[in-house]
Design a protein around this ligand. Structure first.
Ligand code: IPM
Ligand code: MG
Length: 381
């Protein structure tokens, strides 16, 4: 039986509520599926930690996360001071930056995979769309582009004029596009027609970096003759995504555009409380819900734990594929099935999902939702 070392980094705010809940689900599934063991190593990190210790995490946490862990489960970073200001480092970056952005860059987690799936029983703001219309996987470039750390502030910048550099490379574009095509090859295709399709979302009518990104997309696409190639400019894409989400299967985009369209994706899948993610590289991966630390909700036991629980399921799936361990993949599917069953049944849900058809449902707490999922895991859905 193989043991997998998991770095648990709850971070700040509601990260501290949802990560322990996700781990409770992992333990339940380890028990019910059996045949593998998860060995958790929990560390503090982020803004709150920075306030106390003057650094974003301990050297022990950093060392374990980068060199020892088989996978990382991260909550969210971003704390606020007593007077409500966000906690920042002297360089102006959010305290916790080296944990989130730093890990993505240093561990070369080049593909940020964000499934946009609407489960039955979850409200969507899209009129006339049912749960089976929304099931796409967004793959965001995660190591370069507009969000990569700048080596030095541009010398041309002044206090009245700032230049943000956007570096896009062929290597970075090829590897993220390859990841997207490989995800598509294992998928069931787009809801509308079952066609395995990858859509390249860029602004190549204007930007040279996007032209390189699209050329790389085409070059990689040649290696996947069975997968259909599709193109959209990011501005037009936002309206197509709302009008005909069922057309999309896998979507790949440069970093900043990917950041924006994945929040739009979260909205149509029922909100940030429903949106899981994984930052994936060749050797390492960090799984974290798309949502942030939402400090004002911390300590109230009201936040939706499902995004974190589904991120934990993605982690098991990734570990299972990497180590050819079918037990982990079975455990991942079990979690997803149990989440699905709870949502479909309808009576246990956090406040964010108590709208539309479900507005008369009394909101459940974070722990009640987790308990309902665990009960299903124990009972076998
Ligand atoms: C995300 C977040 C982060 C990002 C922020 C917190 C830096 O918005 O994961 O989408 O843009 O990468
Ligand atoms: Mg974002």
């Amino acid at each position: 039986m193989r043991t997998y070392k998991i770095a648990l980094l709850p971070g700040d705010g509601i990260g501290r509520e949802v990560i322990p809940e996700a781990f409770r689900v992992l333990q339940a599934v380890e028990h019910s599926v059996s045949g593998f063991h998860l060995d958790p190593h929990e560390f503090e990190c982020g803004g709150e930690y920075y306030l106390k210790h003057g650094r974003e995490w301990s050297s022990e946490a950093e060392e374990f996360t980068k060199n020892e862990a088989d996978a990382v489960l991260l909550g969210a970073v971003g704390g606020i001071t007593a007077n409500g200001e966000s906690i920042r480092r002297p360089d102006g970056h959010l305290a916790g930056y080296s944990v989130v952005i730093g890990l993505r860059i240093e561990l070369e987690l080049f593909a940020n995979v964000r499934p946009v799936k609407l489960y039955e029983g979850v409200p969507t703001p899209l009129a006339n769309k049912e749960y089976h219309h929304v099931n796409m996987i967004m793959v965001r470039e995660n190591t370069e582009g507009l969000y990569a750390p700048q080596d030095e502030p541009s010398r041309a910048s002044t206090s009245d004029m700032v230049i943000d550099k956007r570096v896009i490379t062929k290597k970075g574009s090829m590897r993220v596009c390859d990841h997207a095509f490989s995800v598509a090859s294992k998928s069931a295709g787009a809801p509308i027609d079952g066609v395995k399709r990858v859509t390249c979302v860029d602004k190549s009518n204007l930007l040279a970096g996007c032209q390189l990104f699209r050329r790389s997309f085409d070059e990689v696409g040649e290696r996947y003759p069975d997968i259909s190639r599709d193109y959209a400019y990011v501005d037009a894409f936002t309206q197509w995504m709302i009008r005909r989400p069922e057309y999309y299967n896998v979507v790949v985009a440069p970093n900043a555009f990917g950041d924006i369209i994945t929040d739009l994706g979260a909205a149509i899948q029922g909100g940030l409380g429903m949106a899981p993610a994984g930052s994936i590289g060749t050797k390492h991966a960090v799984f974290e819900p798309v949502h942030g630390s939402a400090p004002k909700y911390y300590g109230r036991n009201v936040s939706n734990p499902i995004a974190a629980i589904l991120s934990a399921a993605m982690m098991l799936d990734w570990l299972g594929r990497k180590h050819s361990d079918s037990k982990l993949q079975a455990a991942s599917s079990t979690i997803e099935e149990c989440v699905k069953a709870v949502l479909e049944e309808g009576s246990i849900r956090t406040y964010d999902l108590c709208i539309d058809r479900w507005k008369s449902v009394t909101p459940s707490s974070t722990t009640e939702v987790t308990d309902a999922i665990i009960k299903r895991v124990k009972e076998g859905v």
